[in-house]
Design a protein around this ligand. Sequence first.
Ligand code: DGY
Length: 321
Amino acid sequence: MTKVLVTRKVPDRYVEQLKEFAEVKMWDEEFVPMPRKEFLEELKDADACFITLSEKVNEETLDAAPKLKIITNLAVGYDNIDIPLAEERGVTVTNTPEVLTETTAELGFTLMLATARRIVEAEQYIRDGKWKSWGPYLLAGKDVHGSKVGIFGMGDIGRAFARRLKGFEANVMYHNRSRHRIAEKELGVLYVSFDELLENSDFVICTAPLTPETKDKFDRAAFKKMRSDAIFINIGRGATVVEEDLIQALEEGDIAGAGLDVFREEPIAPDHPLLKLSNAVVLPHIGSASVVTRDRMIQLSVNNVKAVLQGHPPITPVTDK
Ligand code: DGY
């Protein structure tokens, strides 16, 4: 019997679709990852596995899964998976591009506005009973309209972010591993070097995936190059940032603020140093978390499993390019 392992609880309507052609073993928790030991155990006779970012796919994982044909990752990013090794073992890997682009850009935009206008801090101000009167510079923040925004990573999400900025009449520059001529033409975004992006932006937005080239890209030197009134937003991956360096930059005023949806180690604990800083807005990795988008991501993952197990090409394969 064909077996599909699902490492996180998903709604019954998706499980039913998988059950039409396979036996389904699903971890029954939505907010707690499947323990590694159990994951490896269940992989022994699995033909497909439907995983989240919490599951690391490395040599140990693939060694434990001799029958595996497809890994479907419930995310567009796939830094949790050793892609060359999966390819070497003949295991197809799929992700969830496109369906989450707009929702993730929207969250990034929310985070930028919230950080710029000090929304979390302002609400806390009322809750703490500090609001006594209107004041000319009370919780005064930074305008997004007319600002200079530097986007690091001009993929689908970077472009969706730039499109939104048009309505704010912002001047958008970007840095990417390669130039995106269509985005330049359609969105009027300007390609600049990484240093130029850091030195000139009011807002630096990281939408980049985690790769050997982007790992630790935002370090002490990078934050030092940024303007002291600049705000850093990260909706890509946490490990693009050296977190201690970011904390130091925020504490010492090298930059004005940060809005973060991703962290090096997730989840972060309530006593994480970033949570002590009033100029940091932190979210629990909810970039693509709208109900409709999560539905679409799950459906796409189910469709990928079904296609591959029924001998068809995957819909959204990830390759080691
Ligand atoms: C992704 O898709 O890579 C997100 O970070 C998870 O929603």
